[in-house]
Write a protein that binds this ligand. Structure first.
Ligand SMILES: [Zn+2]
Length: 140
């Protein structure tokens, strides 16, 4: 008997699982034909309009935190209540969609930071060589 829940199966079908869970489900599906049947039945049930866990998952996606909220999350600038929600959404639900958004924002933020460090370094370099020239001038 597989330990994979109906929720996981449907979330897998909708590509809502995080990578680790998704690959576990995929491996189970590959070797367990009864699990494949279960997924088939679940998908048919959902397509026929019965309210299913997939609907809950899809609804969950609609309540994904916004991109700007994710930005605030990244900067530790969210108020406690929203922070709880976003953390739950990312870590407990493991929303693949939001994790991808977060990774993208993180990369963008890091390259901005590098640019800032670069220009600071250039300014320092300029300031010290200017100082050097001044000292040399006053010594002569
Ligand atoms: Zn999400």
């Amino acid at each position: 008997m597989s330990t994979i829940s109906d929720e996981d199966l449907l979330a897998y079908a909708d590509e809502l699982l995080n990578l680790v869970t998704a690959s576990t489900v995929e491996a189970e599906l590959r070797k367990d034909s009864s699990l494949r049947e279960r997924l088939q039945i679940l998908l048919e049930g959902r397509d026929s309009g019965s309210i299913s866990l997939g609907e809950v998952w899809r609804h969950g996606r609609i309540t994904c935190p916004s991109r700007s909220e994710m930005g605030l999350y990244l900067m530790n600038a969210l108020e406690a209540e929203r922070l709880d929600y976003v953390t739950f959404h990312l870590e407990t639900i493991g929303c693949a969609y939001c994790q991808a958004t977060l990774a993208e924002l993180k990369t963008a933020a890091e390259s901005l930071e590098l640019d800032a460090q670069d220009s600071q370094r250039r300014e320092r370099l300029f300031a010290s060589s200017a100082g050097f020239l001044q000292n040399r001038d006053s010594n002569s």
